[in-house]
Design a protein around this ligand. Structure first.
Ligand code: FAD
Length: 479
């Protein structure tokens, strides 16, 4: 979130407030090292040329090759002739082990850009390695856009579609639902043009494929005329707003709520269509705010009452009494996505809408009992689509995410958070931390068994498997 006027928060986290409380607690808490034991910094990487790592650094690989083909033909002959396992990579922003391989990692970055645009049918064809922001800018230049975007936009089209990446909006589907066709290179190097008409099953399976069916080189997408939004950000006491999530999701195009652990407050962000002259986006201060929240945790985490009081005095002294803490108007793609330089690890589950309120309350309660927690929790809405592995293929779902700083422990996501998400009927985000395996997924997805059959048909030798996918699919994997 971008919240300006943070001076009181910085003061509260500083020595002034701390001096008023017993020194022994303060010293003990301040001496605490929050860093997890297995945290590896960049400098620990031995041979960077051969090393692949994901955005947060928890997934690493030393493959035989990392290749970046310049054309579809080059890629097709490479796939057909390569004897090792192959994994395609986008921008490496997934937290799960989808990409690591001891064989060949194929970086799709050079197959990017706009290949075709048809104004009359409102369709555009892009290289699969095109980043979302790049695609949105190109479309904007021709007066078009995507209906929605996720929280960041540096992911590739292929990477984000393949994991069911979503934004927020109860009437807005996840972004793979814009796909009207794609071109797939299969394990033997064959090039297939796939649409609902030509290959109905492969089309439904291939929109969210985890990169397990082959390598997509290009997508045809349904696009819409571009539009402007007004973005409003409010800080509201969690217990005064949390029961209204369904009404807010009904009354705003894009709605999300981010309860801030151990503060009693939530950030509420809405986006709605704006028809006037836009004024541009306020400078992004999310990172600075996260650092202030960390400062508050580090100084006052041992005393929850004082921490809440400090946050409360920040809200009452620095933020407007009426109206939003921030308001911007701009083109949709400049407002919906934000840059996130401060790294974290994340779990996210998609909960059936009817359980969303109970689930967010339960997760909020758990996080409020963890004095080390300071990263916002996040709740978003996504509409139904029909991809076989789309977490949203049985109705509207509420996505609930929990984050941990990149250098701090995240095991609690599996031991404490995941069981609650599962109790409420959640399906995991394919690109974020979870521990589910084949039997769990068969129970959650009616078409999961069909997906496994189709995968075996199209890639019987398992060229596109790695050990992580082997676990998800219940297939033995020999590197
Ligand atoms: C800071 C941050 C913010 C995020 N915000 C959101 C959010 O708001 N909403 C959300 O839903 N998710 C979010 N994510 C998760 C992210 O969108 C997904 O993990 C997404 O898959 C990342 O895209 P990528 O291009 O980095 O793909 P990668 O992580 O590189 O790959 C993802 C999958 O796509 C496959 N793949 C890549 N290219 C191809 C290809 N050409 N053909 C076939 N398969 C391919 C890979 O093999 C892999 O299985 C966020 C992640 C981070 C780190």
């Amino acid at each position: 979130m971008a919240i300006s006027r943070r001076r009181a928060l910085q003061i509260a986290a500083g020595a002034g407030v701390v001096a008023a409380v017993p020194a022994v607690n303060h010293i003990r808490w301040n001496a605490k090292d929050f860093t997890r034991e297995d945290y590896l910094t960049e400098t620990a990487v031995k041979s960077p040329g051969k090393q692949w790592r994901n955005w947060s650094g928890i997934e690493r690989a030393t493959p035989q090759d990392i290749l970046s083909p310049a054309s579809e033909d080059e890629l097709a002959s490479l796939v057909g002739s390569t004897k090792t396992q192959i994994r395609p990579v986008g921008s490496g922003h997934s937290f799960t082990g989808l990409v690591p391989s001891d064989g060949t990692i194929i970086d799709m970055g050079r197959l990017s850009g706009l290949y075709a645009f048809y104004k009359a049918s409102q369709t555009a064809t892009f290289g699969a390695g095109t980043r979302l922001r790049h695609a949105a800018k190109i479309l904007s230049d021709v007066g078009m856009g995507f209906p929605n975007l996720p929280d960041i936009d540096v992911q590739t089209l292929a990477g984000s579609f393949s994991t069911g990446t979503h934004g927020t909006g109860k009437t807005l589907t996840a972004i793979h639902d814009y796909v009207s066709g794609f071109r797939l290179i299969t394990a033997n190097g064959e090039i297939l043009d796939v649409t609902h008409e030509s290959h109905p099953e492969l089309f439904a399976a291939g929109k969210v494929s985890l990169g397990a069916l082959g390598i997509v080189t290009q997508y045809s997408l349904n696009v819409v005329p571009k539009f402007n939004l007004t973005r409003k950000l409010h800080l509201i006491k969690t217990n005064e707003i949390i029961d209204q999530i369904y009404e807010l999701a009904d009354s705003h195009r894009n709605f999300e709520i981010l309860p801030l652990p151990n503060t009693g407050y939530s950030v509420v962000i809405t986006h709605d269509i704006f028809d006037g002259d836009v004024e541009g986006r306020e400078p992004n201060q999310d990172d600075a705010f996260i650092h202030d929240m960390e400062g508050l945790r580090s100084k006052l985490g041992w005393w929850p009452w004082l921490r809440r009081k400090a946050f409360n005095s920040y809200v009452s002294s620095e933020l407007p009494k009426e109206g939003p803490a921030e308001q911007s108007t701009d083109e949709y793609w400049r407002l919906l996505a934000t840059s996130r330089p401060t790294k974290f690890n994340e779990i996210e589950y998609h909960i059936p809408m009817e359980n969303g309120l109970a689930a967010i309350k339960a997760i909020n309660e758990i996080m409020n009992k963890r004095p080390d927690a300071f990263y916002p929790i996040e709740l978003r809405f996504t509409a139904q689509d029909d991809a076989w592995l789309s977490p949203f293929n049985d109705g509207v779902r509420c996505s609930i995410a929990v984050h941990a700083p990149v250098n701090e422990p995240y095991e609690f996501m599996f031991s404490v958070i995941e069981p609650v998400m599962r109790k409420f009927g959640g399906r995991p985000h394919w690109g974020k931390l979870h521990s589910l395996k084949k039997d769990d997924l068969l129970a959650l997805y009616p078409r999961f068994g069909d997906f496994l059959e189709l995968r075996k048909d199209i890639d019987p030798q398992g060229k596109f498997l790695n050990s992580y996918l082997g676990g998800l699919f219940g297939e033995s994997f020999d590197a």
